[in-house]
Design a protein around this ligand. Structure first.
Ligand code: NAP
Length: 245
């Protein structure tokens, strides 16, 4: 039986690569997006055709507190369950913390952290029922080390790490693993505001000497989502080209 994977932020750079990697493994996919409906729909159409899977897109804006529950309801009513949940949606917002807009801080926490907790809560009963599940949270190197001018983002991503470790202990006996992937600098639209010089500075501090790609992150997610990762849980694994070493 095909596994069913729900990927949030599936319309983004890392999300698209995760969808492709899981489709290659034969999973049916529920792709979540917020504003990039055309990208999500085209991806569904291509992945369904190329990999002979079912891929359906679902819209939800995680800054709306009712949207997460509605998303879970739609996915569960369409697929009946979810075996793999990748909490990947996220936004970044750079500013000095003392100048940060309160509404923007809340939005960063809602989209990067609270939506992941709420969605997991909604999806967990279906995993517990199947006695099998894989939850993969996309954190960040800044969730491990903290970033100046991204204090609220770092707090959200660090929250995902605590969430991962605690939930792994709680649901391990139900056959569910929970892990965290912490990307370094990945070349996606999230970093589109950085100029060439800033990008080069990051690359110069990265031992492998290049920016990461969505595929770099997706290959780890694919492994953690598979049968062979059964004995790995509660972990935070960096995909950062050695930046954080
Ligand atoms: P991206 O290309 O900007 O994609 C972000 C995704 O989040 C999109 O699918 C976007 O959906 C979704 N999203 C944005 N606002 C949303 C909202 N209000 N409600 C629900 N979803 C929303 O960024 P990415 O680089 O792929 O990032 C994916 C994850 O990796 C994020 O959690 C990010 O923090 C993390 N990460 C990225 C890097 C990096 O260097 N790129 C490094 C470390 C961690 P729409 O486009 O449909 O609106």
């Amino acid at each position: 039986m095909k596994k069913i994977a729900l990927i949030t932020g599936a319309s983004g750079g890392i999300g698209q690569a995760i969808c492709e990697a899981l489709a290659k493994d034969g999973c049916n996919l529920a792709l979540h997006y917020s504003s990039s409906g055309k990208i999500a729909e085209e991806l569904c159409e291509r992945l369904s055709r190329e990999y002979n899977i079912e891929a359906i897109s679902f819209k939800a804006d995680f800054s709306d507190e009712n949207a997460v529950k509605a998303l879970a309801e739609k996915v569960l009513s369409r697929f009946g369950r979810a075996d793999i949940l990748v909490n990947n949606a996220g936004i970044a917002y750079q500013t000095l913390f003392q100048l940060a807009d309160e509404r923007k801080i809340k939005e960063v926490l809602d989209i990067n952290l609270l939506s992941a907790l709420s969605l997991t809560k909604e999806i967990l009963p279906s995993m517990i029922n199947s006695k099998w599940g894989r939850i993969i949270n996309i954190s960040s190197m800044w969730g491990i080390s903290g970033a100046s001018c991204e204090v609220h983002y770092s707090a959200a991503k660090s929250g995902l790490i605590g969430f991962t470790k605690a939930l792994a202990k709680e649901v391990g006996p139900s056959g569910i693993t929970v892990n965290c992937v912490a990307p370094g600098f990945i070349d996606t639209k999230m970093n589109g505001n950085l100029d060439g010089e800033a990008v080069q500075e990051i690359i110069d501090c990265t031992p492998v000497g290049r920016a990461g790609t969505g595929e770099d992150v997706a290959e780890l997610v694919r492994f953690l989502a598979g049968e062979k990762a059964e004995f790995i849980t509660g972990q935070v694994i960096s995909v950062d080209g050695g930046y954080g070493v």
